[in-house]
Design a protein around this ligand. Structure first.
Ligand SMILES: Cc1cc2nc3c(=O)[nH]c(=O)nc-3n(C[C@H](O)[C@H](O)[C@H](O)COP(=O)(O)OP(=O)(O)OC[C@H]3O[C@@H](n4cnc5c(N)ncnc54)[C@H](O)[C@@H]3O)c2cc1C
Length: 397
């Protein structure tokens, strides 16, 4: 049986279908056409952009995306102990930019177009209605009753993943009692292709550049009642509140119509593959949108899965293949989820030791260029921070 089934048509599912089809496998993709109403943008680091570029998306994405040349963290809490501002510049580690900020709707549309052009992919535009995993294959029944039998199924069906449930994988899930308000806004001063994250007691308020130097996207994390209050304001009143929150660093702010609110949760499965089903994207990890890690991690799931399938071509859903995938993904997913949840908890915590630790960490990052370089490399490409310092350690420097 040659078929691999990919369930889910978000960015993780669309890229998984492409990556597996490029190995010469027959891929059935199940899921509705991707949403064109997602107002979010995704800050994708260079390795993720290079991966998408491999599907021939480079030029299309460059036209709609903004380069990320610098990232700034500003402590905007009213706490007793506050941290100094820290700026990370890509030029410090010899790069032009950390990556690109890409509107999700445009990214999904470009991916969907490539999927449709690919002769190895059959796209069934409906959801999987029922799963029946077995020893030698996994069976999925689509909404119209069509049965798909596959050697391997890829669960790219999002945070509530029915496929994950069918694989018998349990998750630890925590409601964070936080929401993210998402919108685009115009501003009087040029953003200089920098992203600025204002850390507040309820979560970060993050501006990310859009291609036009005088427009940015926003992810503002706060308590759900605060999000409700801001959603009730008209655009002019919300513009004032945003400008105040950002200490007018971009001058006058004009919020554009079309806001969205995303409730935040944190979720981690106990395993990343079982019963011929492998998890990718938010089926495999959910955490708050801090330091833009989610989809970057999701695309690394897809890269690792493609590599495992390449080395287990005879039976990509075998126990050996699934164990290999689980082992490859576990350290990266646990490290990223842990780090993001820790930063979030340190912001929300009223405890003095947590504030002290956060402040000391940021002060150290602000003053030590070597350490800053390490974090920038690790943030962009896991393992590359260690790789950059390894030679000097070996030299005894
Ligand atoms: C406010 C916010 C900002 C973010 N910003 C960034 C950022 O800057 N950088 C970054 O890297 N990450 C970011 N993220 C994270 C990123 O958005 C997610 O990691 C990413 O969207 C997850 O994609 P996915 O394909 O796994 O899931 P989804 O996009 O949720 O896709 C799941 C798909 O599965 C389909 N589906 C569901 N059930 C079934 C079924 N039974 N059968 C078939 N299909 C099914 C759905 O229709 C959907 O198409 C952000 C997240 C939030 C909330």
């Amino acid at each position: 049986m040659d078929t691999i089934l990919v369930a889910g048509t978000g960015p993780a599912g669309l890229t998984a279908a492409m990556a597996l089809a490029e190995l010469g496998r027959d891929v059935v993709l199940a899921g509705p056409p991707p949403s064109s109403t997602d107002r979010r943008t995704s800050a994708l680091m260079r390795p993720a952009v290079a991966f998408l570029d491999g599907f021939g998306l480079g030029e299309t994405l460059k036209e709609v995306a903004a380069p990320l040349a610098a990232m700034r963290i500003i402590d905007a809490t009213n706490r007793l102990i506050r941290s100094p501002a820290v700026t990370f510049r890509a030029a410090e580690i010899g790069e032009e930019s950390f990556g690109l900020n890409i509107p999700n709707a445009e990214l999904n549309a470009a991916l969907a177009e490539k999927v449709r052009e690919n002769g190895n992919i059959t796209w069934q535009e409906q959801i999987v209605h029922a799963w029946r995993p077995a020893a030698n294959h996994v069976e999925a029944e689509l909404a119209d009753g069509t049965i798909i039998r596959a050697a391997l199924a890829v669960a790219a069906d999002g945070r509530n993943s029915p496929a994950r449930g069918a694989a018998g994988i349990t998750i630890r899930r925590r409601d964070l009692h936080q929401s993210a308000l998402v919108l685009n806004f115009a501003h009087a001063r040029h953003h200089g292709f920098a992203s600025t994250e204002f850390h507040t007691e309820h979560g970060p308020c993050t501006q990310v550049p859009l291609p036009d130097g005088l427009r940015s996207s926003l992810v503002w994390v706060m308590r759900p009642w605060q999000a409700e209050e801001l959603m009730a304001l008209d655009d002019a009143a919300l513009s004032e509140r945003l400008e105040e929150r950002q200490q007018s660093f971009l001058g006058k702010v004009t919020v554009e119509p079309g806001r969205q609110v995303f409730p935040l949760v944190s979720a981690l499965p106990m395993r990343f593959a079982a019963r011929r089903i492998a998890l990718v994207g938010e089926a495999a990890h959910v955490f708050p949108p801090i330091t833009a890690q989610g989809l970057n991690l999701g695309l690394r799931d897809v890269m690792d899965l493609a590599e495992v399938v390449r080395t287990h071509m005879a039976d990509p859903g075998s126990t050996a293949a699934l164990l290999r995938y689980d082992a490859r993904r576990r350290p990266d997913i646990l490290a990223r989820s842990g780090a993001v949840n820790l930063v979030n908890a340190s912001l929300l915590s009223d405890l003095l030791p947590a504030q002290l630790l956060r402040s000391a960490g940021l002060s150290l990052l602000g003053s030590a260029s070597g350490l800053r370089g390490f974090f920038m490399r690790e943030g962009m490409r896991p393992g590359s921070g260690f790789a950059a310092i390894l030679p000097s350690i070996l030299r005894g420097a």
